[in-house]
Design a binder for this molecule. Structure first.
Ligand SMILES: [Mg+2]
Length: 403
C-alpha cells in the first residue's frame, strides 16, 4: 500500500476526539489554592442570588451541579467553599488548552471555554494510531497545565462527546470503528447532546428511553415524533460517521472586549463601555483598510452565562458612529435590564477591503473618510484617548455626536 492509499483509507474512517476539561473553573482555582483540594468547592454567584457555574467532584457528591440555584446548592452542602471566579485566568488556560490541541491536528473546533473537537482523521501518519494520540493529548494537557481533561474518541463529533462524558473524570473512552451502534444502544437518550429536561418527556411518551430505541424506530415514525431532528438523531444512534470537516480558511474577524472588576448594570455605563470598544475596533479596521458587514456583541453576565448577538448589514461599515449604532442596537434589544454584566465585547466579521467600499462613497462619505484618517492619525501618535467624540463624558451625557 503506497502513501496515497494509506491516506485514502484513513480518510474513509473519521476519527474525532472530543476533549472536555474536568470541572474546569474549579480546577484552575485549585492550581492557585491547593489547600482546597479534596473539598467541596463551588464557583458561582453566592447565595441568595445566581447559579452554580462549576463545582468540584466533591461538591457533586452532594447532588450539586452546574446551573443549580446557589440557594439550593448551599442547602445541599452548607460547608462548601464559594469562589467568585477569575475569568481572566480561565480564558488564559482555555487559550493554552486549545494551543496544545493544535499541535496534533490542524482541525480543532473550540466548542466552549473548556471543550473542543479535534479531527484526528489522517493524523495517524504523523503521530501513530488515533487512540495513542488521544492519550498523548490528555497527558500533555495535564503535564503542561496541571489540569485534568477527559476525552472521547469516535467516528463523529456527537458520539465522541457522548463518550467523553462517560470517561469523566480524567479518562478516555474509545468507541472502536464498527462498534458505535452497540456502544451507544444501552445509554439513556439524555446522553445525546441537546436532549434535555425540556424534550425528554416527548421521548419517554413514545417509549424512547435508550439510544438503541431511537436506532430501532422506523425512520418515518421517528420523524413523526421528533420532526426535523429525527434524521440527525437516528444517524447518531445508528452509529453513522460524521462528515469530516474540511479545514476552511478562517473567517477573518476583529474583536475587542473588556472584563469588569465588578459587574456593571447602569445603562449609561454600558453605553460608555461599548463606545470605548467601538472606537478601538473602528480605529483598527480602518487602519487595515477594512469595513465590516457583520457586527456582533458579546455579553457575559455575572454568573458567566454568555450571549453573542450579531447583525448583518446591507452595506459594510467602518465608522465609529455606525459601528456604535449597530452594537448598541443589539445591546438594547437583547440585554435584560438590571442584570449584572461581567464582560462586554464587540467584534466585526465579514470584512471587506475598502477598495470595494470606496465605490459606494458619495461626496459626504469621502469627506467622512478623510476625517477619520485625520482622527486615526492623531490616535496613532498620541494614543486612543487623544480624540474622543460625543457629548459630555460624565454620567449625565446621553447624546453622542459622532461624525
Ligand atoms: Mg468541562
Amino acid at each position: 500500500m503506497n502513501a496515497a492509499e494509506t491516506c485514502k483509507t484513513a480518510e474513509m474512517e473519521p476519527r474525532v476526539l472530543h476533549v472536555d476539561m474536568d470541572a474546569f473553573y474549579v480546577a484552575v482555582e485549585l492550581l492557585q489554592r491547593p489547600e482546597l483540594r479534596g473539598k467541596p468547592v463551588i464557583v458561582g454567584a453566592r447565595p441568595p442570588r445566581g447559579v452554580v457555574s462549576t463545582c468540584s467532584y466533591e461538591a457533586r457528591k452532594y447532588g450539586i451541579h452546574s446551573g443549580m440555584a446557589s440557594v439550593q446548592a448551599r442547602q445541599l452542602c452548607p460547608g462548601a467553599v464559594w469562589l467568585d471566579g477569575d475569568f481572566r485566568s480561565y480564558s488564559d488556560y482555555s487559550r493554552r488548552f486549545i494551543e496544545i490541541l493544535r499541535r496534533y491536528s490542524p482541525e480543532v473546533v473550540q466548542l466552549s471555554i473548556d471543550e473542543a473537537r479535534v479531527n484526528l482523521t489522517g493524523c495517524e501518519q504523523l503521530f501513530g494510531p488515533a487512540q495513542g494520540i488521544a492519550h498523548k493529548i490528555l497527558n500533555t494537557i495535564y503535564r503542561e497545565l496541571g489540569l485534568p481533561a477527559s476525552g472521547g474518541l469516535a467516528n463523529s463529533g456527537t458520539a465522541a462527546k457522548i463518550a467523553a462524558e462517560l470517561a469523566k473524570p480524567a479518562g478516555l473512552a474509545v468507541i472502536l470503528p464498527g462498534n458505535e451502534r452497540t456502544f451507544l444502544a444501552p445509554l439513556k437518550v439524555e446522553r445525546i447532546p441537546g436532549v434535555g429536561q425540556k424534550s425528554l418527556p416527548r421521548f419517554h411518551r413514545y417509549g424512547l428511553y435508550r439510544i438503541g430505541d431511537i436506532a430501532a424506530t422506523p425512520a418515518g415514525e421517528l420523524q413523526h415524533i421528533l420532526g426535523r431532528w429525527a434524521g440527525r438523531l437516528q444517524r447518531v444512534a445508528r452509529g453513522a460517521s460524521g462528515s469530516v470537516q474540511r479545514r476552511r480558511p478562517e473567517s477573518p474577524s476583529r474583536s475587542h472586549e473588556r472584563t469588569f472588576a465588578t459587574d456593571i448594570r447602569e445603562p449609561e455605563r454600558i453605553r460608555r463601555e461599548i463606545r470605548g470598544l467601538v472606537e478601538k475596533l473602528g480605529f483598527r479596521i480602518r487602519r487595515e483598510g477594512l469595513s465590516a458587514r457583520t457586527v456582533s456583541v458579546k455579553i457575559r453576565f455575572g454568573d458567566f452565562e454568555t450571549w453573542t448577538r450579531a447583525e448583518s448589514l446591507d452595506e459594510p461599515v467602518n465608522t465609529d458612529r455606525l459601528l456604535f449604532e449597530v452594537a448598541m442596537g443589539l445591546i438594547e434589544r437583547h440585554l435584560p435590564e438590571g442584570r449584572g454584566v461581567r464582560l462586554l465585547g464587540v467584534s466585526v466579521q465579514n470584512l471587506v477591503s475598502d477598495c470595494r467600499q470606496l465605490k459606494l462613497f458619495g461626496a459626504q462619505d469621502t469627506r467622512l473618510s478623510s476625517f477619520y484618517k485625520t482622527v486615526d492619525g492623531i490616535r496613532e501618535r498620541f494614543g486612543s484617548n487623544a480624540v474622543q467624540f460625543g457629548g459630555p463624558t460624565g454620567s449625565g451625557g446621553t447624546s453622542w455626536r459622532w461624525a
